[in-house]
Design a protein around this ligand. Structure first.
Ligand SMILES: CC(C)(COP(=O)(O)OP(=O)(O)OC[C@H]1O[C@@H](n2cnc3c(N)ncnc32)[C@H](O)[C@@H]1OP(=O)(O)O)[C@@H](O)C(=O)NCCC(=O)NCCS
Length: 456
């Protein structure tokens, strides 16, 4: 297989040579032995080398800064933001295949990149689109499980329920029950993962139509790509909305391994729970307001600003509103981050999309005003490590502009996208034979005794 190196991180370009190059699974079959060797060598050569010191602050403070996970698909730099297999978001926008030249990347291309570390050709992406479409049928009991919930159930609760109902199909679980050897674990994990990634948009759109559109389901259009078909099933066919959905699904897919949803999936899967069980657990973490639910919170908060002060709120009034939020003991949603220390590039690319397609939208103008107003206030608070906007500060107003106005649904979209990052890594977890995750915990008494001993 012909490859050539580029200066872009670890990404290798791939040239199409044979029909099997279009098959993602056979690509992985070639890559896995190479990567297993690489990990073995790392362990042999550097296994005992230290990677840093752990302080009590880190233990008490949510493990910030502790390097404790292997996560191959992406890496987050505090200043520069996310890189998917070495590629930044602007590089992905430039290099990954799009429907129209210069358009937004196809999320299937990102999935290929996450899994293989290679930029796929348009033919490879089209083949993957078709494959995902062929894996997307949903057994009836899944709809029945969701229908058992009241319409008032939060869409994320409905989504997790749907994913758990899909779990009965798990190939990994069946294979494990039949005594599959460890060396082959990745194979049914791959099957489950691709099935799950293919199925979640169908489940998610069913939840949307059931909850907000009187249960009038829109059938899939199998000639469309993954993102466009998802938008179509939700009921939105505006070409700009299709582009937005492709961008949205691409940028929310992965954010290295330590965030709550990714880490949860990795932890649960380390017990050899199958991809459905692991992803379901991840969704429950994503549903928390400090993580994925922040996109819902942002739009609701912005709408409360408009309700109370109007769309043309002055800068001074907006400052007062931000202070009022902070003084009532709440966070300003959409700002701050556990790792990032600059404006999130996922925010920036959405802002660029808005500047191009909806520059006059009043809520977009308000988001722009918040970009000026909030960071200095959070800085003034003195304790916020990152006063800059994150991905969630922007996504809601874009969706709202194109008619997807139900904020409580937004985290489901995030979850659909996350399936790609999480499942790609789970395949590699099994391929590399990563072990059960089991960090050490200690009590406050243990810490006190330890520090007495070291300072004696
Ligand atoms: C994302 C987030 C949870 C990161 O938390 P973190 O790593 O603990 O952040 P910091 O170290 O900067 O937090 C230090 C303090 O600043 C506060 N802070 C951080 N971001 C804040 C925000 N946007 N508004 C108000 N206070 C904030 C924290 O609550 C913490 O206060 P405390 O010491 O009284 O508990 C936090 O920034 C936040 O709550 N943001 C709003 C929710 C959000 O947008 N989440 C989506 C993230 S992609």
């Amino acid at each position: 297989m012909a490859q050539q190196s580029t200066s872009l991180g670890s990404v290798r370009w791939l040239q199409i040579q044979s029909a099997s190059d279009l098959d993602l699974r056979s690509q992985l079959e070639e890559l896995i032995p190479e990567q297993q060797e690489c990990l073995k060598k790392l362990k042999t050569d550097y296994g005992k080398v230290q990677l840093g010191n752990i302080t009590a602050d880190m233990v008490i403070g949510g493990m910030r800064g502790i390097i404790g996970l292997l996560w191959e698909t992406s890496l987050l730099d505090p200043d520069e933001g996310i890189r998917f297999r070495g590629l930044s978001i602007p590089e992905c926008q430039k290099l990954l295949p799009a429907v129209n030249p210069g358009g937004q990347p196809l999320p299937e291309g990102l999935l290929w990149l996450l899994l293989t570390g290679k930029v796929p050709s348009k033919e490879q992406v089209d083949a993957l689109s078709k494959e995902l479409s062929s894996r997307s049928s949903i057994p009836d009991h899944v709809y029945k499980a969701i229908d058992a919930l009241p319409l008032s159930a939060h869409p994320m609760t409905q989504f997790t329920t749907g994913v758990m109902a899909l779990q009965v199909q798990s190939e990994f679980q069946k294979a494990y029950e039949n005594g599959i050897s460890k060396a082959k674990f990745w194979e049914p994990t791959y099957e489950d993962s691709l099935n799950l990634i293919a199925q979640v948009p169908v489940v998610a759109s069913y939840i949307y139509r059931r909850t907000y559109k009187n249960g009038q389901v829109v059938a899939a259009n199998k000639s469309l790509d993954y993102g466009a078909n998802f938008s179509h099933m939700l009921g939105f066919d505006d070409p700009q909305m299709l582009e937005l959905m492709r961008l949205y699904l691409t940028i929310h897919s992965d954010h290295e391994g330590g965030n709550v949803s990714a880490h949860t999936a990795h932890l649960v899967a380390s017990a050899l729970s199958d991809p459905y069980l692991s992803f379901g657990a991840a969704l429950n973490g994503l549903a928390g307001p400090l993580h994925g639910l922040a996109n819902q919170e942002v739009l609701l908060w912005i709408k409360s600003v408009v309700e109370e002060c109007g769309e043309n709120i002055t800068t001074e009034h907006l400052k007062d509103y931000v202070w009022k939020t902070l003084k009532s003991g709440k966070v300003v949603p959409g700002f701050g981050h556990g790792v990032l220390r600059k404006t999130d590039p996922r925010y920036t690319c959405q802002r660029e999309f808005a500047l191009k397609h909806l520059p006059d939208d009043p809520l977009f103008k308000l988001v722009s005003k918040l970009y000026e107003v909030v960071p200095p206030i959070l800085t003034e608070l003195g304790k916020v490590k990152n006063p800059w906007p994150n991905v969630d500060a922007h996504s809601g107003v874009l969706l709202n502009h194109f008619g997807l106005k139900e904020a409580r649904y937004y985290t489901v979209l995030f979850g659909v996208s996350r399936s790609m990052g999480i499942c790609s890594q789970l395949i590699w977890d099994r391929a590399l034979g990563l072990p059960l995750e089991r960090p050490k915990s200690v009590t406050m008494e243990w810490l006190e005794n330890h520090f007495k001993k070291v300072s004696a």
